[in-house]
Design a protein around this ligand. Structure first.
Ligand SMILES: [Zn+2]
Ligand SMILES: [Zn+2]
Length: 369
């Protein structure tokens, strides 16, 4: 395992992935490299030392300006288990939590990719590289907030917007088919009257149905500590844009590795496809008085899982009352979601304004609320 950065061949600066051109750029001399050129390079390695837990904790606490005692609360992820890597650029220790796969050096701010977190079982099959760059994300964020009337000013000042982070989140993508082979007995009852006699005719049918249901591109967020509602609400991603994974895409972004395995989703997803298949089959048996199923043969087929990293811009905001607010922007489509904080003093003023307007309108003979 090692920590990696890609050094600019012209000046030795650290290359980052630039979404607007889908290439790699050196922020110092503006050199631009293609994907192929980057892959030909040997990234700079620095050996990782997974230091004993207590030492990592102390180091993490020191970086955060905290004390050893409060590390358990301050370490991200809540697990309190930090891991230390040495920065390939300045040699300083980069402190990460258990699921970090790409980050920035705390001291020199250069991008660092943690190879061990994205190899072996954790090697992603695919990735959607960021399409929306920081500038576009900031603009979209401002635009989104501008439309909301009651957001506190502090929420959208520039220092707040600078806290936007581009994060690759881990997801599972699931595809499967289900074969259905079903037998049922159905009845149709017809009643009619001729003179004083009521006739009832009962027809019994044997129904056979065979069919196949396919579901595809079901995405499940595979990081338990993420704000699930948020990371799920920025969906959908256009998965037809997925690219084979290479580590370079992570340079200049944060990335997380999964901490949820596919088995944790399997039962639910199988249940969904079964339910979906049953509904489709039942829908073909209409027009009967009653249907009794007596053979239900459903078989899963071609289940396929892919481990992928998908791009999300995230922002967290701690409101005056200490409550945390989260905001997320789909790094591919620009789709925005989040609950924005409400500035109640602004809200009160607005209501007051409305009241005054209504009073004025009433006075002139109009009423519009
Ligand atoms: Zn350069
Ligand atoms: Zn560094």
């Amino acid at each position: 395992m090692a920590a990696i950065t890609w050094k600019c061949p012209n000046c030795g600066g650290e290359l980052v992935f630039e979404p607007s051109i889908q290439k790699y750029k050196c922020p110092f001399c503006e050199s631009v490299l293609t994907q192929e050129e980057l892959e030909e390079m040997n990234p700079a390695h620095a050996s990782e030392q997974e230091v004993p837990e207590e030492e990592a904790q102390a180091s993490y606490a020191a970086d955060q300006g905290g004390t050893e005692e409060n590390t358990a609360q301050t370490a991200p992820g809540g697990s309190g288990r930090a891991v230390v890597y040495s920065c390939p650029s300045c040699g300083a220790e980069v402190v990460t939590d258990e699921t970090t796969a790409a980050t920035f050096c705390y001291y020199c701010h250069n991008p660092v990719v943690l190879e061990g977190r994205i190899s072996g079982d954790y090697l992603p099959d695919k990735i959607i590289p960021f399409q929306i760059d920081r500038k576009a994300a900031e603009e979209k964020f401002r635009e989104y907030v501008r439309k909301k009337k009651f957001v506190p000013r502090a929420f959208y000042d520039d220092s707040q917007v600078e806290k936007l982070s581009g994060v690759y989140y881990p997801y599972w993508v699931y595809d499967a088919q289900m074969d259905a082979d079903v037998e049922a007995e159905a009845k149709k009852i017809r009643i009619w009257r001729a003179g004083d006699t009521e006739y009832t005719e009962t027809s019994t049918f044997r129904i056979f149905r065979e069919g196949q249901t396919a579901i595809g591109n079901i995405t499940e967020n595979a990081l338990s500590k993420s704000d699930r509602a948020l990371v799920e609400n920025v969906q959908p991603f256009d998965l037809s844009d997925m690219k084979p994974f290479t580590m370079g895409y992570l340079s200049g972004f944060l990335a997380e590795k999964r901490d949820m395995e596919k088995e944790q989703f399997q039962e639910k997803l199988r249940g969904n496809i079964r339910e979906y298949s049953e509904t489709m089959i039942r829908d073909t048996m209409s027009g009967y008085t009653g249907v009794r199923m007596f053979r239900n043969d459903y078989r899963m087929k071609n289940e396929h899982w892919q481990y992928v990293l998908l791009p999300v811009w995230v922002l967290t905001y701690r409101a005056g009352n200490g409550k945390m607010y989260y905001y997320a922007l789909n790094g591919q489509t620009g789709n925005v979601c989040g609950i924005l904080p409400v500035d109640y003093s602004k809200l009160a003023l607005w209501c007051l304004g409305l009241g005054a307007a209504a009073a004025a309108a009433a006075a002139t003979g109009f009423y519009f609320i």
